[in-house]
Design a protein around this ligand. Structure first.
Ligand code: G6P
Length: 369
């Protein structure tokens, strides 16, 4: 009902706008605002497991799988533990190699996805320690795991996941910091940079949301595009995948996410004036490379919407349109960048007259195999 939507026309828009406050709930009690120390009870209680883990395997589906790709990057760089990311449905049918010193992390908003639950059961049988990152308290996956951390973002009603994604990445960042500290693989300076940026996330997201009117204007310009490509590198490669998935799910426009540098190995053949590119080009250690990938698209007549920092000078010159975002620690930029991409998908779907909260053929949680 209208009341439940809190005055917003759709649950999805409400959930996008809730993100500053859902991240307050996600972080509450887990990062000390005075010392910036991160504490996750699910990690503290199983400290030895994390300190001695030989490998971490994420299992998930859909948006939760995209969040897991960011988790891979966070854990490998902060904890120096090798990580694999698996589609739960592929993992479970492959007779996977699972060892007792592996940690399997199951990521699921609903905690009810059938394939993810089956992957959890398989991993436990094989003797691995299984950690859950779920939203729904007491859900099947939360109950089937040895330990875990809830994302605490409140009920997500819109079929297209938004606030769960940012909550998942936030929990993964806290997990990486907590484990990195125990394993002594993270410097104090970096630990504090990331944990203080996490504390400021709610304010940062309030800032990001101010781009909504500008994103709505862009959505109007591109409502009738038939295809989209989303590009990013590093931490923002999964953000590109997630941006494309959002657009597909609710607008039914074909969209593909790609690592920017892989473009030249195929997808660049698709580029013409009818194929817009959403390029994520926020400042990070591959910025220069991304800038030249964007130039290659421009040289082929492609239209470019670039997500950039406010003080960007370079990419701004090759882009047709820009979306400006605040800049925080590189490893947390997917949380910032995903917000305008959620809004872009939302407004395009609205302008196309789609059923935003209940897109055709999709279910909020897939409890069949
Ligand atoms: C469905 C939903 C997606 C979700 C995926 C995994 O496909 O429509 O939004 O990402 O399931 O769901 P889970 O609850 O396991 O995160």
């Amino acid at each position: 009902s209208q009341l439940e939507k809190g005055g917003y026309p759709h649950f999805m828009l409400k959930e996008i706008y809730e993100q500053p406050s859902t991240l307050v709930d996600c972080i509450r009690g887990r990062i000390n605002p005075d010392t910036c120390e991160v504490k996750l009870s699910g990690v503290i209680d199983h400290r030895e497991k994390f300190v001695n883990a030989r490998r971490i395997i994420f299992v998930a589906c859909g948006t939760s799988w995209h969040a897991s790709l960011i988790g891979e990057h966070l854990i490998e760089s902060i904890c120096r533990i090798p990580v694999e990311v698996e589609y739960a449905s592929e993992f479970r049918y492959r007779n996977p190699i699972i060892r007792e010193d592996d940690i399997v992390i199951a990521v699921s908003q609903s905690g009810e996805t059938a394939d993810t639950l089956a992957a959890v059961e398989l991993a436990r049988k094989a003797g691995a320690f299984v950690f859950g990152i779920c939203n729904v308290v007491g859900s099947s996956i939360a109950r089937a795991t040895d330990s875990g951390a809830y994302i605490h973002v409140g009920p997500e009603i819109g079929v297209a996941s938004t606030k769960a994604f940012t909550g998942q990445v936030t929990v993964m960042a806290m997990l990486a910091l907590a484990v990195g500290r125990e394993r002594e693989t993270v410097s104090d300076a970096y630990y504090h940079e990331v944990s203080s940026a996490l504390l400021y996330l709610p304010e940062t997201l309030e800032e990001v949301l101010k781009v909504a009117p500008q994103v709505a204007d862009l959505a109007k310009i591109f409502t009738y595009a038939h295809n989209f490509i989303y590009l990013g590198r590093g931490y923002n490669y999964p953000t590109a995948l997630e941006g494309a998935l959002k657009l597909k799910e609710i607008s039914y426009i074909h969209a593909e996410g790609y690592p920017a540098a892989e473009m030249k190995h195929g997808p660049i053949a698709l580029i013409d004036a009818e194929m817009p590119t959403v390029a994520i080009a926020t400042p990070d250690h591959t910025y220069e490379k991304t800038a030249s990938n964007i130039e290659e698209i421009r040289a082929r007549g492609g239209k470019i919407i670039a997500v950039i920092a406010r003080d960007d000078r370079q990419v701004r010159r090759s882009a047709d349109y820009v979306i400006e975002v605040p800049v925080i620690a590189e490893c947390l930029m997917p949380i910032v960048v995903s917000v305008p991409l959620q809004l872009l998908a939302y407004y395009i779907a609205v302008y196309k007259g789609r059923n935003v909260d209940q897109p055709r053929n999709l279910a909020k949680s897939v409890t069949v195999e």
